[in-house]
Each structure stands twice: as C-alpha cells, then as structure tokens.
Write a protein that binds this ligand. Sequence first.
Ligand SMILES: Cc1ncc(COP(=O)(O)O)c(C=O)c1O
Length: 397
Amino acid sequence: MAISKKIEHFMENSSWIRKMFEEGNALKKRIGEENVCDFSLGNPISEPPPLFHQALQLVVNDQTPGQHRYMPNAGYPETRKYIADILSKESDLPVSEDHIIMTCGAAAGLNVIFKTILNPRDEVIIFSPYFAEYIFYVNNNAGTPKIVETTDNFNINIHNLEKAINDKTKAVLVNSPNNPTGVVYHESVLKEICTLLKQKSKDYNENIYLISDEPYKKIVYDNIVVPTILKLYNHSIIVNSHSKDLSLPGERIGYIGVSPQCTDWEQIIAGAVFCNRTLGFVNAPALMQRVIRRLKNVSVNIRDYQQKRDLLYSSLIKMGYEMIKPQGAFYFFPKSPIKDELEFIKILYSKNILTVPGRGFGRSGHFRISYCVAQSVIERSLEGFKEAIYQSLDAGN
Ligand SMILES: Cc1ncc(COP(=O)(O)O)c(C=O)c1O
C-alpha cells in the first residue's frame, strides 16, 4: 500500500460530501447538469461583490516593485492592521496587527492553531453535528477530537460539555453560525461556556482555549448579531475567512486572531507564525491580502441568502419536514422523514436532488441541504422534495 494506513482509513470513512459530489457528477453526466438540483456543497454560487472586482483591478495594475516577494510569515502589517481594527471595534479591546496572522483560509488557520497548541493526545472538544473536516484537522496535528452532542435544537448542552472536560482538554472549538445546522449561539450560551472554561482552567491549572471558527459570521438573518468571544473569554482565538462572506473560497484568504487578553498571546502568535511557515503555507496569498483590506464593510448580498432561506424553509415546513429555522450560514439540517437518512437521501436522489446524510456531520437521522445555489434550483427542487416526503410517509415509515 503506497499510502499510510491512517490516511487510507480516514479516506474510507470521510467525506460524505465528497461522495455525494462524485455521485452527483455521475448523475449530471447522465441527465444533464440543468436537470440536477445540487444541494450538496457549501460552494457559494453568488459572485464576489462588484467592489471586489474594482479592488482587484487596482491591485493588479499597481506595479510598485517588491509586491511579489516573500513577506513576513504573518502577512502584510497593513492587512493585519485592517483585520485588527475590525476586531478591536467589535470587542473594545486593544487588538493590534501583532495579534493577527493572515492564513490560507479558515482551514489553514485551524490547522496552524492546532499544530501550535496541541501536544500528542491533547483533546479538542468539538460539538456534534460538526463540519466534518474538523476531525482531520485535529488528527493532522496529533490531537484527539472529543465529540460532545448538542441538544435536539443543536444548542450547546453545558452539562455534556462539563462531563467531557478533563486534564487533557486543550481547547473547545465553537462554530457559529454553524455548518451544518445554521444555528447562531446566543451570548448567554457563550457566557456559560466561558464561565465553565474559566473554572476548569483553574481546576486543572492549565489554560483551556476557546477557538471560534467564524467563516459565516456575516451571513446572518433577522438582524441577528453574532457575539464576539474576545469580550467574553481571555484565552480566546478567532479563526475566520472570506470564503463565504466575499464568496472567495478559491482564493484562500483568512486569518487567526488571538485575544490581547490571553496571557500567552505572544507565545501563541510566535508559534503560529512558525507553523504557518513550516506547514508549507509560508504566507497567505499576497494579492488577496492587498485586495481585502480595500473592502471594509463589503460582503455578498445577505438578503439574497435570506430570501432563499425563507422560500425553502416555508415550502419544506408546509410539506411536513421537521427542522429548525436557521439564523445564519446557508444550510438546513432537517430531520429525515424515515429513520435511516441514507434511505431518504436515495429517495431524494431518485428525484435528482442531491443532499448530504447527517452521519457525515456526526448526527444520523438528519440530512444537510446547502442552499447557496441559484433561486431557480430551489424552485425546481420543490416538487421533488414534496414527492420524496410523501413517498416515504406512504411507505409507512
Ligand atoms: C465551518 C467551516 N469552517 C471552516 C471552513 C473552511 O473554510 P475555508 O474555505 O476558509 O478554508 C468551512 C468551509 O466550508 C466551514 O464550513
């Protein structure tokens, strides 16, 4: 076997999203792309905002010498200052460029931070359902993912969290707005987590870090504001990217921000700069670093996502699907009308609708619908969703 047993095992057990993507491609080849309703990927269909293209033109046309050379591994100071000012305004804390590292998206940011803080077998608490890649990011960096179930409404159960913390717990990872549920954690929930972590850090005489993965932070509905953890907990670390809020997943631009109140922030930043370099990212893409700092307060059209959420939510509820109304991101995580969600996914597939089974996110009996698709795809899918639920109810399950 050319590849390691560990990678072989991960590949076999991983990524239902990828599997659905591949099956979807086969279906598209067979019946034509225009006839498939693909809700399997979190790859936004919307284009970046027009101001992005203007900023890109400016940056491309600027031929000042030296702009394509190596740079500090943390990224351009001006871009880090731009991010720091945003975090500082949100938190009322003195966040400076020294607390920021630009990364190749949130995926790299999480790998860099885990590489930096984890000793072998240190545990990272992950709430289920979760973004499936988290498991690999923790494993990549010698840690052990520890899964904690959320409630039926996908909120954090503080007692479950308390039971999971032990002397090996190095970090708790939260993701709000959440992929795959669309849940946004209320400030009171985050405060409860922080109070618990303060107590447990004291009990074990070791800082437990709270890491907040926030690529959907700006994609929120009904005037909700996502609370910042920087204000709530000293040992907090933010990971973010512009893959979703500027629709730039192919450009790989994101950042890590460490709270200035974290007693070890200098050590963590120095370690993370080293890891950003030696994991081979070296630095975040130079061009994108120069573009995004020109895009203050710019994002994709959130109202467009809200319209899609509202249309699909009201239609599916009317048909009899059970699910919570997401307050952010662009996912639904409905209950499967039949116990085995794989069976239901197959029924949807027979209606040319692609979704992902909940077991891919650590919660069977549900499935994920990703609605970052064209409105016409949603409209075309409705009859199929209706037939699928009636068919499964008729079957007496
Ligand atoms: C919750 C979550 N975290 C991280 C990522 C990775 O994002 P990026 O493209 O910034 O690496 C994704 C991508 O879908 C995500 O859904």
